[in-house]
Design a protein around this ligand. Structure first.
Ligand SMILES: Cc1ncc(COP(=O)(O)O)c(C=O)c1O
Length: 361
């Protein structure tokens, strides 16, 4: 008798490793996920409460209100936008729409791991280009592309490194890739990156027929628990994603809260002010206790733990956990001696530094 088994590519997917056991929510200072320490804004919370009496209905399949809210906020064409249950779903949808067994999909060495999961799930082959100094190497990516490359994923800025490449490098990447390759720009942390030579890629989308930009409400907007993301791209690409996505993939509550979040400039400003103050503070304090910190344009820091044979990353994480602090181990990203630490509230940042200092000094 033949046994039931999933497709072989499914066995190659690495399981997600959370920093704490499921359902164990109590009392942790959780800096392991890159969420907004200020939570959601008042406008999103009010919109969420207001739709409570409608949750027996299915959501708007056309996502009209949310798409127009995104288009209005960023001056885009709403017909070129589609929304998803978090940007992770968008990454899966676009991979399903454009790649399959026999195809190759490009990503980068320390790039966001959601790409690998989506690629493997479709049965396509991931091709990983080396990075340089924990930063995307455009030439290395172009070198790895060929006639089978259907998608090239670029997380810009990237998680967990916190680094980014300037827009002229992204343009060079687009120009160097084959025209049949869709360049997917994952700009999950775009709102945090305030550098003159950075762009989320909107103009590149508008000036090409093979670039898609993917965004999320999980980070700056503080709506990770509602799961909302969106993509902006050529009509043919958006149509293909819409063919694949379930008609009701973004819930009523998620659509309403996300649309409201887009007009909550007070919350955005408060978030920026918080991050601008505490990201450098955290970097400075970590360096003071001997931790190497990489320059980050996001709301988290990649921290290299000093090499000490008696003290591995796991021992440091265990110590932090005993002090009630959770951080992300970056082993799955090929960064075995690093931790990713998200900027928390003031008390959380101070508790993290104090607990780290105890074990490192
Ligand atoms: C670079 C990047 N892309 C996409 C995501 C997925 O975010 P979400 O599915 O919550 O929108 C994350 C989440 O951490 C991320 O870091």
């Amino acid at each position: 008798m033949e046994l039931l088994s999933p497709r072989p590519c499914i066995g190659q997917i690495k399981s997600y490793r959370p920093a704490r056991p499921p359902q164990d929510g109590a009392g942790w200072i959780d800096l392991s996920l890159t969420v907004n320490p200020l939570g959601a804004g008042q406008k999103a919370l009010n919109a969420y409460r207001q739709v409570a009496m409608q949750i027996h209905r299915y959501p708007d399949w056309a996502q009209d209100n949310l798409r127009h809210a995104v288009a209005g906020r960023y001056e885009l064409d709403a017909d070129h936008i589609t929304c998803s249950a978090g940007s992770d779903e968008m990454i899966h949808l676009v991979t399903q729409a454009f790649a399959g067994p026999g195809d190759e999909v490009l990503c980068h060495e320390h790039g966001y791991r959601g790409f690998l999961k989506a690629i493997r799930a479709t049965g396509a082959t991931p091709v990983v280009a080396a990075e340089r100094d924990l930063t995307v190497d455009v030439e290395a990516m172009i070198d790895r592309a060929n006639e089978r490359t259907k998608i090239c994923f670029l997380a810009n800025p990237n998680n967990p490194t916190g680094t980014y490449i300037p827009i002229d490098c992204v343009q060079r990447l687009r120009a160097g890739l084959p025209s049949h390759t869709l360049l997917v720009l994952d700009a999950a942390y775009a709102e945090y990156c305030r550098r003159n030579n950075y762009s989320d890629g909107t103009e590149l989308v508008e000036n090409s027929d093979n670039v898609l930009m993917v965004r999320t409400f999980s980070k700056l907007h503080g709506l990770a628990g509602l799961r909302v993301g969106w993509a902006y791209g050529p009509k043919t690409v958006i149509d293909a994603i819409n063919q694949v996505r379930g008609p009701f993939n973004v819930s009523i509550a998620a659509q309403a809260a996300a649309a409201a979040a887009l007009i909550d400039t007070d919350h955005e400003e408060a978030t920026h002010a918080h991050n601008s103050a505490w990201l450098p503070w955290l970097g400075h304090e970590l360096e003071q206790i001997g931790v190497r910190v990489y320059p980050s344009v996001c709301n988290f820091i990649l921290a290299r733990i000093p090499t000490d044979p008696a003290l591995g990353v796991q021992a440091v994480m265990d110590h932090l956990a005993r002090r009630g602090v959770l951080v992300k181990c970056t082993q799955d990203y090929g960064l075995t001696d690093c931790l990713r630490i998200t900027v928390g509230r003031e008390d959380e940042n101070r508790a993290l530094v104090a607990a780290l200092a105890e074990i490192l000094n």
